[in-house]
Ligand binder design. Structure first.
Ligand SMILES: Cc1ncc(C[n+]2csc(CCOP(=O)(O)OP(=O)(O)O)c2C)c(N)n1
Ligand SMILES: [Mg+2]
Length: 348
């Protein structure tokens, strides 16, 4: 039986505040890594900002905003190898961009177009999961399967604070721990599940405490600190690869945007808190760190933004150039024997 220490309480941090809290360092990262992390953050930020505009222009459907979640996605992804598998929720809908997926693909997904589907084997990236936590057992199963085959890959599954109250989360976490599956359970604790606040979600003091009950370590990290997220995930990945089983990573942040474009949080959120948290958003925090190090110049920052904006322009143009899908696709794999009204109508 593995001995599991009580979950962490404090949040791991690397990036200081430029005033009283000093900057830390992460072993093994050099200037090239910093600039790559920065480009990836800017790419996701730009994707998110443009998607909100495209939604308002009626060019994509309902969209789950991930403003201020970029550090969790980029930092954790940077700790993975290409053969590692990713199981995203709707909050990580564009994480494929970090693996070379063109922006047109997730944009098409939000347009409800089949061009937004991909073969998971092309990117070692499962499809976007909208039902809360149902992908956790899938990820645990894939991780276990890789272990049974003797393949070195590990798996990361992303979900929110609300997901930790779901039965599927329990089943997946328990199964992964019992099988010592090489899985990283990455929880984006943005403290809201639509309009349900964290304190109405759980009586646990921290979400990482839940890990102890499953017999796995629970780490807590500042979700706005891309370097701390990277370091914590790297530790979890090393455990997984070393045969020591799953780790639960609780990345703590605060949701400063609506849950999705169909939500109006002014009905339930403290807007002053939102304002405060927004001032500390994760891309700006990393840029501050890089400027203090003398790594980020205005020119590099401008180039990263321009490159990302151009990728998005090309992405939405490609998504909109797709011919309309055939409505029959909806039924193609639904029936062996289509009912008469479909046979005579659409499929006739
Ligand atoms: C099984 C299931 N129940 C309910 C919903 C409706 N729903 C959509 S998002 C959401 C909140 C999820 O919150 P959290 O897990 O914290 O993730 P976040 O959206 O904050 O990233 C709910 C309840 C759903 N999608 N799936
Ligand atoms: Mg949440």
């Amino acid at each position: 039986m593995a001995q599991v220490l009580p979950a962490e309480r404090g949040l791991r941090r690397v990036i200081g505040d430029g005033e009283t809290v000093p900057d830390g360092e992460v072993e093994g990262l050099d200037e090239d890594d910093f600039l790559q992390l920065h480009r990836q953050l800017v790419l996701l930020r730009t994707y998110d900002e443009r998607s909100l505009v495209y939604h308002r222009q009626g060019r994509i459907g309902t969209y789950a905003i991930f403003f201020n979640h970029e550090a969790m996605q980029v930092g954790s992804h940077y700790a993975l190898a290409a053969e590692d598998w990713i199981f995203p929720s709707y909050r990580e809908s564009a994480i494929g961009l970090l693996r070379g997926m063109p922006p047109a693909t997730p944009l098409s997904w939000w347009r409800g177009h089949p061009a937004g589907w991909w073969n998971p084997l092309d990117y070692n990236l499962a499809s976007i999961c909208v039902p809360i936590a149902t992908h956790v057992p899938h990820a645990a199963g894939l991780a276990w399967g890789k272990k049974l085959r003797g393949e070195p890959a590990c798996t990361i599954v992303y979900f929110g604070d609300g997901a930790t109250s779901e039965g599927a989360f329990h089943e997946g976490a328990n199964f992964a721990a019992v099988m010592r599956a090489p899985l990283v359970l990455f929880c984006n604790n943005n403290q809201w599940a639509i309009s349900t606040p964290l304190e109405a979600q759980t009586a646990a003091e921290t979400l990482a405490d839940k890990a102890v009950g499953y017999g796995m370590p629970g780490l807590r990290v500042d979700g706005g600190d891309v370097l701390a997220v990277f370091e914590a995930t790297r530790e979890a990945v090393a455990r997984a690869r070393g045969g020591d089983g799953p780790t639960f990573v609780e990345a703590v942040t605060y949701r400063v945007a609506p849950h999705a474009t169909a939500d109006d949080p002014s009905a339930y959120i403290d807007l002053r808190r939102v304002e405060e948290e927004r001032r500390n958003e994760c891309v700006g925090r990393f840029e501050g760190y890089l400027r203090r190090l003398g790594v980020l110049t205005e020119q590099i920052a401008e180039e990263a933004k321009a490159e990302a904006a151009e990728a998005m322009r090309r992405g939405i143009a490609a998504a909109e150039a797709e011919p309309p899908p055939d409505p029959e696709l909806l039924f193609e794999r639904a029936y062996v024997d289509p009912p008469p009204n479909l046979r005579e109508g659409w499929l006739g």
